[in-house]
Design a protein around this ligand. Structure first.
Ligand code: KIV
Length: 265
């Protein structure tokens, strides 16, 4: 169990200055968040990827504010050290500054998270500024923005350098404390990282970002569906779990389970 102080915006900015890499993973429930926190992961993202990972949907678009609050609250309760960030689901960031601010504040109050993330950079500058002015640390998610998957024509690598640079610099100027870059060529992410004084966190954005994020279920091999190229399988939990479940089934069928050890006198 960790006794280190909570990771804050200041911690992450100093890590960038010192050249220390930032680790971020997703969690949607209490036990996973507890494990990540105890493993000293710096930031835990309650991503709207929960729509795909937990709910089995094909996009993140249907995820609601209530669902983000439900999962965010469990994750916050499990952590002592990690910064907890909750995604603003579609279309919260598109409904005007006042609406976004009210929703982000509601999410912060109800989940006790430490920051929010929203998709977009240049087009979101006014909203990011309003959130930051209200004391809500905000991450801008640029490059591939999964909430816009239908407009982008699929989950594709984003190669528009001008758009990426404009999104990144606008987000930093508006006050974002992290710029999260998804699915862009490594060289572009590297240029953005050098350009900004706030940290960049990459997912499918190569090795030169100030930190990395992955969906925990993907990197643990817990998902059965499509696994993107940028995921490294650090474990294969699905195979392990499947073996255990098969053993259980077979021992229940044969009468081997439960034995005397698992029974009461
Ligand atoms: O929703 C999410 O989990 C994310 C990460 C994949 C960056 O946005």
């Amino acid at each position: 169990m960790t006794n280190s102080p909570r990771v804050t915006v200041k911690t992450l900015l100093s890590m960038k200055r010192r050249g220390e890499r930032i680790s971020m993973l997703t969690a949607y429930d209490y036990p996973t968040a507890k494990l990540l926190d105890e493993s000293n992961i710096d930031c835990i993202l309650v991503g709207d990827s929960l729509g795909m990972v937990i709910q089995g949907r094909t996009t993140t678009v249907p995820v609601t504010v209530e669902e983000m609050i439900y999962h965010g609250e469990m994750v916050s309760r499990a952590t002592k050290r990690a910064m907890v960030i909750v995604d603003l689901p579609f279309p919260v960031g598109q409904l005007g500054v006042a609406h976004t601010l009210a929703t982000a504040a509601d999410i912060m109050k109800k989940t006790e998270c430490h920051a929010v993330k929203l998709e977009g950079g240049h087009q979101q500058a006014d909203t990011i500024k309003a959130l930051v002015d209200a004391g809500i640390p905000t991450i801008a998610h640029i490059g591939l923005r999964p909430q816009s998957v239908h407009a982008l024509g699929g989950y594709k690598v984003q190669r528009d350098a001008d758009r990426l640079f404009e999104d990144a610099t606008s987000a930093e100027k508006a006050g974002a404390f992290i710029v999260l870059i998804e699915c862009v060529p490594s060289e572009l992410a590297s240029q953005v990282t050098k350009m900004l004084s706030v940290p960049t966190i990459g997912i499918g954005a190569g090795p030169h970002c100030d930190g990395q994020v992955l969906v925990t279920n993907d990197m643990l091999g817990w998902n059965s569906g499509y696994i993107p190229k940028f995921v490294r399988p650090f474990a294969n939990l699905r195979v392990e779990a499947s073996k255990a479940i098969e053993q259980y089934r077979s021992q229940v069928t044969s009468g081997e389970f439960p034995g005397s050890q698992e029974s009461f006198e």
